[in-house]
Design a protein around this ligand. Structure first.
Ligand code: HEC
Ligand code: HEC
Length: 292
């Protein structure tokens, strides 16, 4: 509950104030006659109004991930969310004290992932010691605390979110709630929503669609043919074991397959490498199908 100090005037009071102001003007008085009388029971005010405001955002825009991990992984579920807490005033302050505040996130309607993707089934093939279901590469779950980053905001890194809600419906634009409580009173002093976009729509199948095989097999086959690798016989393949990846390079544990194979090149993240393919692709232009 909010402490009374933080509340704006209740709706009844505001309506009364508006009425007083309006009645002072004859023109406005006419307008009021058709509106709700000030004596009606007001709807409860669910807004939070305190000296604090929190701003929220994700770090990337749309995060893409594989829909199936059984043959290869380009990207895991991995969304990063930031929040900034500001105390309003003529000279506003940015608040980052974990002694005074607790910032948390949760995603209403999308509270578990492990039953919606086979990502966790292949964890040990790539990423070293297994993490519990619903816990991502950097240790974050689908809800939990955010921590100060040291650069004026708070963050949670690598939420293992998938674009399927708890009712099984596809939703690539889930909304996270960010909530800040004051320690001691446990009052919610600020709350906001921020989109955490995630999609499995990488559309590799638009071109990698040789009959009689999966899209992943087609991709691995071409890679082996073009670069003298033997990925087909090393499935499931972690692309980041040889290529740089924002989500994986920094967060893969040192015991992983990634570190067992030395990085052979520090190339662009794979999705963009793929999107800039200069190839004469059949009837399609790569820039049309790649969204970044
Ligand atoms: C617009 C068509 C198109 C799309 C979409 C596409 N590819 Fe390709 N890809 C190609 C073509 C053409 C080649 C080259 C085939 C050849 O030379 O034999 C290729 C080759 C590859 C290769 C072999 C390595 C190399 O040298 O390029 C990999 C790996 C690959 N694609 C991965 C992917 C992934 C992953 C996706 C989805 C994120 C994807 N591709 C989407 C057309 C496409
Ligand atoms: C065992 C190491 C290894 C793994 C694993 C690997 N690659 Fe590669 N990849 C290479 C090598 C080697 C090249 C050629 C590099 C060069 O010529 O500079 C290459 C080239 C590519 C290219 C062409 C880049 C370009 O600039 O022409 C793409 C695209 C690519 N890989 C995508 C992938 C994808 C997607 C995966 C996961 C399915 C993957 N690779 C897994 C070693 C690997």
């Amino acid at each position: 509950m909010l402490s009374a100090d933080f509340r704006k005037p209740t709706r009844t009071k505001r309506v009364a104030m508006i009425a007083t102001t309006a009645l002072a003007s004859a023109g406005m008085a006419a307008l009021l006659t058709g509106s709700q009388p000030a004596s009606a029971v007001p709807a409860p005010d669910t807004r939070i109004s305190t000296p604090y405001v929190v701003l929220g955002w994700n770090d990337l825009g749309m995060h893409c991930m594989n829909s199936d991990f059984s043959e290869l992984m380009v990207l895991p579920p991995f969304n990063t969310l930031h929040g900034q807490l500001i105390r309003r005033g003529s000279s506003p302050d940015i608040e980052t004290s974990t002694g005074d505040f607790e910032m948390r996130y949760f995603i209403p309607g999308n509270t578990h992932s492990a039953d919606k993707t086979n990502f966790w089934d292949y964890w040990q093939d790539w990423l070293g010691p297994q993490r519990p279901p619903n816990i991502g590469l950097a240790g974050a779950g689908l809800a939990g605390p955010m921590s100060p980053t040291g650069t004026n905001d708070w963050a949670v890194v690598g939420i293992p979110l998938v674009p399927i809600d708890d009712n099984g419906k596809e939703n690539p634009y889930p909304l996270a709630t960010i909530e800040v409580r004051q320690r001691g009173t446990n009052n919610v002093v600020a709350r906001t929503q921020a989109v955490v976009p995630v999609s499995t729509e990488m559309s590799c199948n638009l071109c990698h669609n040789l009959p009689g095989m999966t899209t992943a097999t087609d991709i691995l086959l071409r890679h082996d043919m073009l670069h003298q690798t033997d990925l087909l016989s090393d499935r499931p393949v972690l692309c980041a074991s040889c290529h740089a990846s924002n989500a994986l390079t920094a967060w893969t544990p040192s015991t992983s397959k990634r570190s067992a194979t030395p990085a052979i090149q520090a190339c662009e993240p794979i999705a963009s490498a793929t999107c800039t393919l200069p190839r004469e692709s059949p009837a399609r232009n790569a820039t049309e199908t790649c969204w970044r």
